[in-house]
Ligand binder design. Structure first.
Ligand code: SF4
Length: 318
């Protein structure tokens, strides 16, 4: 039996649906070039993916991302209705600027958690993440993270790490603690695709990024001592998990485990949100005949294109 055939029946655990490329912001590094060409996901595309997930498990995660998914809340309601009764965790990956009190109440009713994007101190965030008229989104984003607190919704904070914000990372934990409902913080290294290429946003220099993130973590520990509240830092949690179980399990993330399916509005599927747009990782059009049967092998194939960093011969020898 070939190694690839071992994953013919993928056990998908996470579905990321890019709901629309439309967005009310014009972030300078947007990898989708949000709003440049507006597309919406078709229900048949989503249904095909949901049915594939159902066949494998009645417990998985669905993330609504893109553009600004809040602009297509009727689609999100339809997905939640279609998956009712299953054990599913829903998450809205949003810029949070459209989360008013009533909207937060609706998300709570639907059982949808919020992942909000925010890049740091207002002067930096405002310059990187403006509205179409040029004014910064910081105030609206913070308000859109506060409203869920009142509604009792958990929020995860995500931050695109670039040369523009790497020096001012500290402050994010203070914001998280101030808000009170931020569960954790995740950093994504800037990808030089989409608008990031046109607008010349620069990637963070790795040494400086490491130093800044370390300072952030020290600050989190200090604040936890004062406040008693610990905000989780996603990458550190992953590392901790990896050190305890990962060497044996050999999975560092959903992609490594071949458990993630990500679909764009025009039906193209990829094995990970971070690999969107990279041709070598393109899976297929989800409505193409054979997609369902071949997705496991294709996910396995993509996984082998990246050498897992944790497969160090020294550590894995035992
Ligand atoms: S909020 Fe997201 S989708 Fe919208 S422009 Fe910014 S990065 Fe792009």
């Amino acid at each position: 039996m070939s190694q690839l055939s071992l994953l013919k029946e993928p056990k998908l655990k996470k579905l990321v649906l890019f709901v629309t490329t439309e967005c009310n912001l014009l972030c300078h590094y947007c990898y989708l070039s949000g709003s440049d060409e507006v597309e919406y996901i078709d229900w048949h595309v989503a249904k095909q993916c949901l049915d594939l997930m159902f066949r494998q498990s009645d417990s998985f995660n669905i993330q609504f991302a893109s553009g600004e998914p809040q602009l297509k809340i009727d689609f999100i309601e339809k997905v939640v209705g279609y998956t009712k009764g299953l054990s599913i965790r829903y998450q809205l990956q949003t810029n949070a600027t459209l989360i008013y009190g009533k909207v937060a109440g609706n998300l709570k009713r639907l059982g949808v958690d919020e992942g909000a994007s925010h890049d740091g101190l207002p002067e930096v965030n405002d310059s990187l993440r403006p509205f179409a008229d040029g004014h910064g989104a910081t105030a609206a984003t913070i308000s859109g993270m506060e409203k869920p607190r009142v509604a009792g919704i958990r929020v995860g904070l995500t931050c695109a790490l670039s040369a523009e914000n790497v020096a001012g990372l500290c402050g994010r934990f203070e914001l998280a603690i101030y808000l009170g409902n931020v569960e954790g913080i995740a950093f994504y290294p800037l990808r030089l695709i989409g608008r990031a290429r046109k607008d010349s946003v620069r990637q963070a220099y790795p040494t400086l990024a490491a130093r800044s993130v370390s300072a952030d973590l020290r600050q989190a520990d200090e604040l936890a001592l004062i406040d008693g509240k610990k905000v989780r830092f996603r990458e550190v949690e992953r590392m901790r998990y990896l050190l305890i179980y990962g060497i044996r399990r050999r999975h560092r993330c959903y992609f490594c485990a071949g458990q993630l399916l990500m679909v764009k509005p025009h039906r193209d599927a990829y094995p990970c949100t971070s690999l969107t747009g990279f041709l070598q990782f393109y899976l297929s059009n989800v409505l193409q005949p054979g997609f369902t049967n071949e997705v496991g092998v294709n996910l396995q194939w993509c996984r082998q294109l990246i050498t897992p960093p944790h497969c160090c011969p020294t550590c894995c020898r035992h």
